[in-house]
Ligand binder design. Sequence first.
Ligand code: NAP
Length: 467
Amino acid sequence: MHPPTPLRVAIVGSGPSAFYTAEALQKALGEAVRTDLFDRLPVPFGLVRGGVAPDHQNIKAVTKVYERIALHPGFRFLGNVQLGRDLQVQDLATHYHQIVYAFGCESGQRLDVPGRDLLSVHTATEFVGWYNGHPDHRHRRFDLAHAQHVAIVGNGNVAMDVARILLADPECLASTDVADHALAALRGSQVREVTLLGRRGPAQAAFSPKEIEEIAELPDVDVVVDPAEAALEPLSAAWLERDGARSQQRNVKFLQERAAAGATGRKKQLRCRFLVAPQQLRGRAGCVDTVVVQRMRLEADAQGTPRPVPTDTTETLAADLVFAAIGYQGVPVPGVPHEPKQGIVPNREGRVLDRVAGSELPGQYAVGWCKRGPTGLIGTNSLDAKATVAAMLADRQAGRLLAPQHSAIDALLAQRRVDVVTWADWQRLDAHEQAEGKRRGKLRHKVVDPEEALALVRRLRDSAASG
Ligand code: NAP
């Protein structure tokens, strides 16, 4: 039996892993593949638009690569279409030979300590979505006008993004695509001190060296490290020597240099604390004002990796605002198997399983964060997508495909009155956002209200049609 031509593939999501999947399929099959990328939002690019910080435009420029992938004749974008609301998995199975889940991990892990429900305790995901104008987070409020001390739990790159946005001069963001509401709030911010709480030591910090170095280069900010916490205990020193990546060695060197240098009296401070984890959040009138932190020590696990173990020592720390930057968390999507612990789609090398360690569901695949969990940089998703596509191509060759009875999903979506945002619609919206940004002296003025975006898409579509 010959493989079907063209191969029709539905990709759910339009972030990096979705585009890299489309690209790998295009490279392997040329014009013999059709890829439809669905997104519940009326705009593409997932975390590149809604997650990457606005002062990191060099990273956001990766969308130029995705625009080239979208030029392929078999590529389509179907925005404003939500799986579980507008379409069910069964609908995709009756229209496509293969389905790829590329919907990432959409929420943030919450702290698991008493007091986590106090006001002014947030996930970093909420704050990141807010300053990026993500529709899910645009309504959030962060009381920056009254917060002087901020605590961020976690030692990864998201913690660094949040710290930098809080400490940098907001005027550096003014010419970017930052959401207007966020720029206004940041301009009125009273934040003077941000404390990062790492539960392990400097050698195990998960941030990239250039992220902390970037903060140290901010003109008004001192990076402050207690020399006692910057010093490595014997377990970490041996681990770093044996297993440490170059980036971890660079982090340790940098942090020890900062510890030796001490504060220079700049008006804002980033305090990097190590071997501390929140034990409890306390507050007044429902609002957080104190973090009780517990001192940790490190103990080697079976593989020799230093893991944090609580001690009996605690201390208190003033904080008017607390962010949990302890990782993203996948949310279940109706009809798609979900593994709640990691928040991923259970899979074996990209092939979706009906449950953890269960049976393969033919024709269904996962890529990116919903496949492997919320780790890695944008480029990591390219290799990851290639691996899933290799499995898809092998299954196509072996005839292990879905058996679609229909070819065009458009009729079904029209029947359900879904106003699909096409790639041409997005290109017009994109041009509008950039033109509006230029008028305001910034790179882009994001339309953050999805209803407003849809109304604008319709208007631009009509005026394009009337020539
Ligand atoms: P991450 O890199 O996994 O870091 C999570 C941090 O939270 C770690 O320091 C972890 O400590 C800590 N943590 C986890 N659970 C904790 C708990 N219960 N209590 C205290 N601390 C806890 O996650 P992320 O920062 O969300 O970033 C996600 C991915 O996106 C990463 O791969 C990151 O590099 C990438 N990213 C990259 C950029 C960039 O390149 N500019 C920007 C943003 C994000 P342990 O190590 O002890 O577990």
